[in-house]
Design a protein around this ligand. Sequence first.
Ligand code: KG4
Length: 338
Amino acid sequence: MSTTILGIESSCDDTSAAVISDGILRSNVIASQKVHEQFGGVVPELASRAHQQNILPVVSEALRQAGIVCSELDAIAFTRGPGLLGSLLVGTSFAKGMAIGLGIPTVDVNHLHGHVLSHFIKENEGQEVPEFPFLCLLISGGNSQIILVRSPFDMEMLGSTIDDAAGEAFDKCAKVMGLPYPGGPIIDRLATEGDPDAFKFAKPNIPGFDYSFSGLKTSFLYTVRDHLKNDPQFIEKRKADLAASLQKTIIDILLDKLAKAVKATKVNAVAIGGGVSANSGVRNAIQDFCNRRHIKAWIPKRAFSTDNAAMVAIAGYYKYIKGEFCSLDMPPYSKVEV
Ligand code: KG4
């Protein structure tokens, strides 16, 4: 008998629903919220309201695309945290209500585990998935972590950011350049036309496997400010060079700690996940990094890099098989699991 899971993701500004049957993806629907662009960042209250509007149509569309009806579902998996509490409450409440109505269990998923397990989403039977153990570089708008993954349930965080995340470095520097939110994808596009060695920005010097991006952000801000004094058109003239140099510095910082972690753990595979793993420079750099070390690189499809419910459904599927369900009184959490 097959096992079919509906996954629901609502931790930030994307409302998403996906259906997975026996580990194979049948649908993955994402509604991105445009309402935040004019504010230069995600406005939590507006995100919650947009989730409330989107969730029913998104879930219905995911079931329709999967070609199933509600009664064929075995469980509903949802992101319980970390993320924006108001946004999480929408997905959590919706999942619980729907599960009660259908008389099926819910499975709670940690959003970050979902990103790591996105490499196990299969779009067809024959698709290869990573072997354990491997290192996952998880880089998003809120996190920059190096995780040692020993099994779907055994993950050890070796290092994490002590201040800004890699995605924040992209977005905040993009804001300095007057670009709209989120700036990461725009920097990615601009960088293809610029000189990555045109500007030198500060790199951190902190011990262990932890990351820091706040010094880079400050040095970017000062560089731009100093040049603007002499030339008010500086950003317009040099935006491609600024983007390329910024992207190169972020990649150098990411790879420096990753190289240390690969050496220390002796793993023979590296995976990337999270919104910043959609960056073309990061993807090429990780591939080169792994080729040089003769280890395997796992680079997700862009649709599975950013927030999506397919990763929630696959993580939920593993927990369902293990018999780990969520009780109906479990609340969402914004940072640390409760
Ligand atoms: O994982 P994600 O979708 O959600 C949150 O963490 O909220 O990551 C969003 C982050 C944003 O900072 C965005 O600018 C960044 O991922 N991002 C990118 C690219 N696509 C998304 N950064 C650089 N290049 C990209 N192509």
